[in-house]
Design a protein around this ligand. Structure first.
Ligand SMILES: C[S@@+](CC[C@H](N)C(=O)[O-])C[C@H]1O[C@@H](n2cnc3c(N)ncnc32)[C@H](O)[C@@H]1O
Length: 254
């Protein structure tokens, strides 16, 4: 997968809003060590650094392009390249925070207890993941990817809805926590510009699919998606497009 900070950054304010909402609910006084998993271009990490300027913060991402952008924005933060699917913290962190990464990883039954075990006693694991996998955007992506001529290269790259019901995560984590704060929010992201929803998903959901296609195929795939997305998410007279987007949040306190 090749994450592109410029494409992701087209809607950085809208994408950072859930990061800020997650942070606002964390009830920790002064966590000494904080990890931001899937830190991307450093937008979520910057919020953590602003709230806890004295904390030692590590931003972790598997994309060198994202980390380069993050490093430019805040050279003093410790930026590390790692795959969170394999990552373990030693020693544990007072806060492990992750906005919009963990739905990209499989096997949550193993992943979440492992992440919680990397949190020090008295600390917290704070997570936001999209839970919009039945939204029109995802249904359109699946329909086009499964149609000719894209099926051969793309159908194997489509994933089952990767995020379970909130109850599943509660069940996984509760035995090792004294408090779990959970909520869901349906955002209405107000997007600017032409083909706004297409441009939004080019920065995220389409990343693994476009990586499997050559330049000509990418162009055809994008043209096909553009027409269907424009019909499902019409641009308003004022030029803006509303993108409804459901997200799951939880903060698990050890
Ligand atoms: C949607 S962005 C989130 C960026 C930022 N946290 C935010 O709040 O906007 C997801 C990030 O996760 C990273 N990522 C995807 N898979 C990863 C993995 N297995 N390990 C580490 N980072 C990963 C991507 O490179 C990307 O920067």
């Amino acid at each position: 997968m090749s994450w592109d900070p410029a494409q992701y950054g087209l809607f950085l304010d809208q994408r950072t809003r859930p990061a800020a909402d997650l942070l606002a609910h964390i009830r920790l006084e002064a966590p000494a060590r904080i990890a931001d998993l899937g830190c991307g271009p450093g937008n979520s990490t910057a919020l953590l650094a602003k709230r806890w300027p004295k904390a030692a913060i590590t931003g972790i991402d598997s994309s060198q392009a994202m980390l380069e952008k993050a490093r430019e924005s805040a050279p003093d933060i410790d930026w590390q390249c790692a795959d969170i699917a394999q990552w373990r913290a030693d020693p544990p962190f007072a806060l492990i925070y992750s906005n919009a990464l963990l739905h990209w990883l499989d096997n949550h039954a193993v992943l979440f207890p492992r992440l919680l075990s990397s949190v020090a006693k008295g600390g917290a694991l704070a997570v936001q993941m999209p839970r919009n996998f039945d939204a029109p955007s995802h249904r359109i992506i699946a329909a086009v990817a499964q149609s000719a001529p894209f099926r051969a290269k793309l159908s194997g790259r489509l994933r089952e809805a990767p995020v379970a019901d909130p109850d599943y995560y509660y069940q996984l984590l509760a035995a090792d926590c004294h408090l779990i704060d959970m909520w869901e929010t349906s955002y209405l992201h107000v997007l600017e510009g032409e083909d706004a929803v297409l441009n939004w998903i080019k920065g995220t959901a389409l990343v693994p699919l476009l990586a499997a296609l050559d330049a000509g195929e990418q162009n055809d795939f994008i043209c096909e998606l553009a027409a269907r997305l424009a019909a499902a998410y019409p641009r308003r007279e004022d030029g803006k497009t509303l993108l409804p987007f459901k997200r799951l949040f939880f903060i698990a306190y050890r």
